[in-house]
Ligand binder design. Structure first.
Ligand code: SMG
Ligand code: MG
Length: 370
């Protein structure tokens, strides 16, 4: 296909409740939505980068700048483009995987729509619906946390993940384990808030029969994760550290992680995510699909990915109403703790352009071939 133009839409989507992690609190999702216009039709993608560089080094204004100055011009000058060739086109730019991922996804969406193939079909999905978990932010008090968790349990979520940080860990975990009972799937996510000095404290997590602890230490520090994994029985699962398949395989080999959180946006796109999925299946390592508070657009692709055979644990693929009163696409609705995998061409969802307009943070920026 020939890429004719790239549209950068910057929107702020209100959240139904604040979402607090070890690195901050957010009340809206500022998101970059990209439309590619091509000679075979349009495609859409959603960038996972946040407002500030606090989950990773990337952030939404930075992604826009990289697309504007580097990725966009190269793509628009490329002549015949296929989604499978986008990563090679962008390889001259170091890192900036979230910026690369949104473009590759939009190109893939256009490509698949043109041949009437869904993401799920292209990815090799094995299921028509996926088991869903929910990520629960740090709450003001333990009663408030229990109230929120109870709501999600009543809605049917199959796994609860609690955000933790020093000062908000053992007590909330104990209270939620008590509420859920011994058999419920419960895991925790530290978003890098600890160091090895906390080792004795982290050992106490073993009392709560957790499915896993996600990313206790900083992203570059594989070594401390190896040490922790050898010292506790709770499985260690890396998230922020896993920026490509090689790093994931190295971390698995070294014993730093026994379960992997796959987020396509963090890894440069769905094609790299598929490669990691396949490598993990080969190694017998369980994977699950992470989330970045995506609107329905990004969620659609995640749900298709989560339908692959290696995704054996419930993902952070919660329903639209977990975050948004109104979603950018048709809403994802939880049924019996599961979401249906979209079947339409490409992402299978339709962007509500009137909402892009209503939520716009600034006018649409259009990059064209020169
Ligand atoms: O999409 O439900 C979601 C968010 C899940 O907790 C979630 N994501 O580290 O896994 C993670 C966080 C990253 C985003 S926090 C702003
Ligand atoms: Mg995480």
């Amino acid at each position: 296909m020939k890429i004719l133009a790239l549209e950068l839409h910057r929107v702020a989507v209100p959240l139904v409740r604040p979402f607090e992690t070890s690195f901050g609190r957010q009340i809206e999702r500022q998101v970059l939505i990209v439309r590619v216009r091509t000679d075979i039709g349009d495609g859409w993608g959603e960038c996972v980068a946040g407002t500030d560089p606090v989950y990773s080094s990337e952030y939404v204004d930075g992604c826009e700048a990289v697309i504007r100055h580097y990725l966009g011009p190269v793509l628009l000058a490329a002549g015949d483009v296929v989604a499978e060739g986008v990563a090679a086109l962008f390889a001259f730019v170091i890192g900036h995987r979230m910026a690369k991922a949104v473009i590759e996804t939009a190109v893939l969406d256009a490509q698949l729509r043109a041949v009437d193939t869904s993401f799920a079909g292209y990815f090799g999905a094995a299921r028509t619906e996926v088991d869903c978990g929910v990520s629960v932010g740090i709450a003001p008090t333990i009663p408030a946390l229990l109230e929120e968790v109870s709501l999600y349990v009543a809605q049917g979520y199959r796994r609860i993940k609690l955000k933790i940080r020093p000062g908000w860990d053992l007590e909330p975990i104990a209270a939620v384990r008590e509420l859920l009972g011994p058999d419920a799937l419960l895991q925790v996510d530290a978003n890098t808030a600890y160091t090895l000095l906390d080792l004795d404290h982290l050992r106490r997590l073993d009392d709560y029969d957790l499915l896993l602890i996600e990313q206790p230490f900083v992203e570059d520090d594989i070594r401390s994760h190896v040490f922790l994994a050898g010292a506790i029985s709770t499985p260690v699962c890396l998230d922020e550290s896993i920026v490509n398949t090689e790093i994931a395989l190295d971390a698995i080999d070294r014993g730093a992680t026994s379960i992997i959180n796959i987020k396509a946006g963090r890894m440069g796109g769905y094609l790299e995510a598929l490669a990691l999925h396949d490598a993990c299946v080969e190694q017998g390592v369980s994977v699950w699909c992470g989330g970045m508070l995506e609107t329905g657009l990004g969620r659609a692709a995640n749900v298709a990915l989560a339908a692959l055979p290696g995704f054996t644990l419930p993902g952070d693929t919660s329903a639209s109403d977990r975050y948004f009163a109104e979603d950018l696409t048709e809403p994802f609705v939880l049924r019996d703790g599961r979401l249906a995998v979209p079947t339409g061409p490409g992402s299978g969802v339709k962007v509500r352009e009137e909402l892009l307009g209503a939520w716009a943070q600034r006018p649409v920026e259009v990059l064209r071939a020169v």
